[in-house]
Design a protein around this ligand. Structure first.
Ligand code: G4P
Length: 347
């Protein structure tokens, strides 16, 4: 385990000693060293890698925060392609995660889709709280947007997609017909952040009867369309949107669900953050699984993680709780919905 992680453990909830940017303690008495002369050499500047960066900071209360930044450099090309493709479709199906409907949405979606009719698919609803999902359906639906809960893994709710789309596009279909088009075909594009279930949805809706229509004028070369149902075609390449990390909770929640890899973050810190939420939600599954009492739920989250480690017999030599192993367990079990059907964000 890294020194940084050890420091984190010691300092949870305690007022931290001042640290330098690198995380090392500042040696206030140390003399300023003169920079050494560097021999002249032509060095090719290193290209910035688009990647997750983690910077640990502490808030006013002395609690550790980790600021997750994501530089979506490689997304620029995708975005351009997506904007081009969006011009070709009549409607957009945006897939979001029903457990985190705020953090799994790209806030620019309305602008990117240029006000096209939009269906929001609240996916993974098998792992979300049913009542919360119902509230989200209501909150997200408006004149030009319809929301439907789906579980693309089992297929539940997916059969509502075409009827809702037909209803939404009825006016558009009529106007095409009025212009003389016989059997106009409506085109739809799937968009969403990574790991939200876009491919799973496409595989399910295509029902292995992928009928690829020929390239048409104006259609990006290489685009493949398949028939979803009579009169509806879907682009088989989904538009990958990028999450927005405007505040650290978005990054954390995406890491809780596994939408972004948690190995770029401190696992114990992430589990502690998740426990902050789980303590409040206090589902029977969570309480039973970790054999917790009412008093345990009042514990500070790092102490609770240590208790979970003890209850699970996760100890390191010397009998200390193995909080790192417990952190992986809590995160894995949350992701597998073993701690209950949970929605972490409410409308
Ligand atoms: P993406 O194209 O948007 O990147 O996402 P993708 O379809 O690859 O789905 C990401 C993960 O989410 C997959 O799990 C997939 O099975 C799972 N998933 C998609 N929809 C649902 C759903 O409605 N419910 C549940 N519980 N899971 C869903 P994986 O672990 O990456 O792969 P695997 O389990 O399919 O092997």
């Amino acid at each position: 385990m890294s020194t940084v992680k050890k420091n984190n453990k010691k300092n949870y909830g305690a007022k931290p000693a001042p640290k330098g940017r690198s995380g090392a303690r500042m040696n206030q008495g140390a003399k300023q060293q003169k920079p050494k002369a560097v021999p002249a050499k032509t060095v090719k500047p290193k290209k910035e890698k688009p990647a997750f960066n983690r910077d640990k900071k502490k808030d006013n209360a002395g609690v550790h925060n980790q600021i997750i930044q994501w530089y979506p450099g490689h997304m620029t090309k995708t975005k351009r392609r997506m904007e081009k493709d969006l011009k070709l479709v009549d409607a957009v199906a945006e897939i979001i995660d029903a457990r985190i409907p705020i953090s799994s949405r790209n806030p620019d979606i309305a602008r990117l889709t240029a006000g096209k009719p939009r269906i929001v698919l609240l996916n993974k609803c098998d792992m979300a709280d049913k009542r919360a999902t119902a509230r989200w359906v209501e909150a997200l639906s408006s004149e030009n947007v319809r929301a439907i809960p789906v579980d693309c893994k089992s297929g539940r709710g997916v059969d509502r997609f075409v009827p809702v789309l037909t209803e939404m596009l009825a006016g558009r279909i009529e106007s095409y017909k009025a212009k003389g088009m016989v059997n106009p075909s409506m085109r739809v594009m799937i968009v969403g952040i990574p790991n939200v279930g876009k491919s799973t949805f496409i595989n399910r809706i295509s029902k292995k009867t992928k009928a690829v229509s020929a390239d048409r004028p104006g259609v990006t070369r290489g685009n493949q369309w398949f028939t979803v149902s009579k009169g509806f075609e879907m682009l088989d390449t989904p538009g990958v949107l990028w999450p927005k990390f405007d505040d650290q909770t978005v990054g954390e929640r995406l890491a809780f669900t596994g939408a972004i890899k948690s190995d770029v973050m401190d696992t114990e810190l992430l589990a502690v953050r998740l426990l902050d939420l789980l303590k409040d939600l206090a589902t029977p599954e969570f309480i039973e699984r970790y054999q917790l009492t009412e008093d345990d739920l009042q514990l500070e989250s790092y102490a609770l993680l240590a208790l979970i480690a003890k209850h699970r017999g996760m100890l390191v030599s010397g009998g200390e709780p193995d909080t790192e192993r417990a952190a992986y367990t809590v995160l894995d079990e949350f992701r597998a919905a073993k701690l209950g059907k949970l929605t972490l964000e409410m409308p």
